[in-house]
Design a protein around this ligand. Structure first.
Ligand code: AMP
Length: 357
């Protein structure tokens, strides 16, 4: 079996490694800054688990490998200017936008995009970082270091945020997980729920959009599409050409997780439509010390990434899965006392959504 080298050695690389075991694949996560260059065989595969990577001896070495899957796509999608241009060219609904050039002005942006405009850095932004709101009624100006380095988006008055995780293999076959409902706070994903009966009618629309994107880019592997929902219309917020946080629930809730599906697709093993088990909720652990009580909560899987605790940092996640919805609700009630106060709103949101579904 060829080895799968992963550019990026964070939690996503570690979870790919975990998912490789039943496939007897050897997955080797790599730090972009590492000095030793690995000996990569011509039949080996190179994939990526991060949004961006610096230009280092290792990344230059990886770029030369014939087995670097989607090599030409990553750089393009990582630049919001190219990503938005591509979505427009493909006729995919996305938030109206403008390029922020050296001579852009807040006034000109407001004229086209309305009173509230969100600046997003072309590259490097994630988890709500790299965003800057321009409010017309506050007379905000574009900060000088955002000129020529950002796009500007119209504020979307969305009802909720949904994402679709899919995989495509080298023959163009595609498989999809059910839509996931996501709660963000300050741009960071806090919780996901899937599947949800009440959004089922949007699945076809989402699949058509993501199929168009994956086919147009001849993409191989897992890709996530984050959307805003306005009425019954989906508007793409952004694309993630990799395994994605909103797909972590698939570890507990699907017969093949997004991590295993990605590995199958990139290493030319069969992919299949994932059968989904019961009801799943994923709670992200953000900036919170680990609490061993989480391990005793029924119907949960706990992932702790082993990183230093810092405010706003993704440190782990807890998947809750059960065939019966009420058992998921009970597990959530048991978990609630072991997370800090800022999670109360998250638990309320999840319980509310489960009760509605
Ligand atoms: P992003 O970094 O693009 O994923 O954005 C992080 C979060 O900011 C999203 O999940 C939304 O909650 C919010 N956001 C991003 N773009 C917009 C927009 N055009 N209008 C309103 N909210 C937005």
């Amino acid at each position: 079996m060829p080895k799968v080298w992963v550019l990026g050695a964070g939690q996503l690389g570690a979870m790919l490694q975990q998912a490789a075991y039943p496939l007897a694949l050897k997955v080797v996560p790599l730090e972009p800054e590492q000095e030793t260059l690995p000996d990569i065989a011509s039949e080996d595969i190179v994939t990526v688990e991060r949004e961006q990577w610096p230009d280092t001896p290792l990344t230059q070495h990886l770029a030369k490998q014939p087995g670097f899957i989607n090599a030409d796509i990553f750089g393009r999608i990582a630049d919001r200017l190219y990503q938005k241009t591509m979505l427009d060219e493909l006729g995919i609904n996305t938030a109206p936008w403008q390029q922020v050039t050296a001579d852009s002005s807040a006034e000109a942006l407001h004229n086209v995009l309305g009173e509230d405009v969100l600046l997003k850095r072309r590259t490097g932004g994630y988890d709500g970082k790299g965003q800057f709101w321009l409010y017309q009624d506050q007379g905000d100006e574009i900060p000088s270091d955002w000129l020529d380095a950002a796009i500007a988006e119209k504020k979307i008055p969305f009802k909720e945020e949904l994402s679709l995780v899919a995989a495509r293999d080298a023959n163009g076959q595609k498989v999809f997980y059910p839509l996931t409902l996501n709660l963000h706070s300050n741009g960071i994903l806090m919780a996901s729920i899937s599947p949800l009966e009440r959004v089922k009618h949007l699945q076809g629309q989402a699949e058509t959009m993501l199929s168009t994107i994956m086919d147009a880019t001849n993409y191989i592997g897992v890709m996530a599409m984050e959307c805003f929902r306005v009425g019954d219309e989906l508007i793409v917020n952004e694309l993630a050409p990799r395994v994605h946080n909103s797909g972590h629930w698939t570890q507990a809730g699907a017969c093949v997780s997004q991590f295993e599906m990605h590995l199958r697709a990139v290493s030319d093993l069969p992919i299949k439509s994932p059968e989904v088990r019961g009801h799943s909720v994923m709670i992200n652990v953000i900036g919170v010390e680990r609490d061993i009580h989480w391990l005793s909560i029924p119907s949960t899987q706990c992932y702790w990434y082993g990183k230093d605790v810092r405010p706003g940092r993704k440190l782990g996640h807890i998947n809750i899965n059960h065939p019966q919805r009420h058992a998921v609700q009970t597990a959530l009630s048991k978990l609630k006392p072991y997370l800090p106060e800022n999670y109360l709103a998250v638990f309320d949101w999840v319980q509310d959504e489960l009760a509605k579904s």
